[in-house]
Write a protein that binds this ligand. Structure first.
Ligand code: C5P
Length: 268
């Protein structure tokens, strides 16, 4: 039995530069990862088995076409290795901008690669990740990195490990495709030298769909000790970085609302 943590992905900044003819958008983003994540357990089996447990299991119920099972099928096509029993313990809210499904697929690929002695930097593994979704290559890498293209062109950069982070999701699922569709088409410029001084260009279109995201951002920005409050990905999860663990813990209490999910964690 192998265990992999599917760490939540954050976009510390996300600049949308252009709409592409293929329907995707040209991005410049700073990916980072936190300790908090889903837990994936994998073992060889006679027939493929997949089950989901944990606090957010119900949100995935009935989804036959899960990214994890697709990752396992693609891995078998490329590298063989037979069938596997996979258990996914779901701790991250689904469809929430922190890469839950992408991180799960990447964790499955990492576990399969370890089991079948495939190097983690094998180009075939990255090709599978790329085919599964725009954020899956970044999640496979699992390190702070600048992402360009759809997000799959990755350049590792120095991170801020240990920084206290509060994640807050107001309990609404927003469709990534719909948020991108509502982007106004205005290129507001590239990532600068300090990506933290950047923006998330998807905040405005996500707020148009789910105005409660504005409440989350305002509540986070008002907390003592906060150094950055921003939405991640296409939302609705927002994050705040803090100077101290104590400030992060106090903020978690201060911004708690019925129906909102939150997690105190740290950047890796
Ligand atoms: O790549 P993935 O399947 O995760 O993307 C989901 C949807 O998000 C795409 O179908 C597309 O509508 C949108 N998207 C985009 N530009 C990106 C990434 C995602 O328009 N760079």
């Amino acid at each position: 039995m192998l265990t992999e943590i599917a760490r939540a992905k954050l976009n510390l900044a996300l600049h949308v530069r252009a709409r592409r003819p293929d329907g995707y958008h040209e991005l410049e983003t700073l990916f980072a990862f936190v300790e908090q994540g889903d837990v994936l357990r994998l073992a060889p089996a006679d027939t493929p088995r997949f089950r989901v447990t944990g606090p957010f299991a119900a949100a995935l119920a009935g989804e036959g076409d899960n990214l994890v099972t697709r990752a396992a099928a693609r891995f078998a096509e490329s590298f063989g290795g037979g069938a596997h029993a996979i258990e996914l313990e779901k701790h991250l809210p689904v469809a929430s901008g922190i890469g839950g499904g992408s991180a799960d697929a990447a964790a499955a690929l990492r576990a399969l690669a370890r089991l079948h002695i495939v190097p983690l930097d094998d180009p075939g593994l990255f090709a599978i990740a790329d085919a599964l979704g725009s954020d899956v290559p970044a999640c496979l890498l699992g390190k702070t990195a600048i992402g360009k293209g759809r997000g799959e062109q990755l350049q590792p950069v120095t991170g801020m490990p240990g920084t206290p982070v509060l994640l807050v999701n107001p309990g609404v699922a927003v469709s990534t495709a719909e948020v991108f569709r509502r982007w106004d088409g205005v290129d507001r410029g590239p990532l600068g030298g300090d990506p933290l001084a950047g923006r998330n260009d998807l905040e405005a279109p996500a707020l148009a769909i789910a105005p409660v995201i504005g409440e989350v951002l305002a509540a986070l920005a008002a907390q003592p000790g906060v150094t950055l409050a921003r939405m991640s990905g296409s939302g609705a999860t927002c994050f705040a970085l803090f100077e101290t663990v104590e400030a992060c813990a106090a903020a978690a209490v201060a911004v708690a609302r019925p129906g909102w999910w939150s997690a105190e964690t740290r950047l890796v």
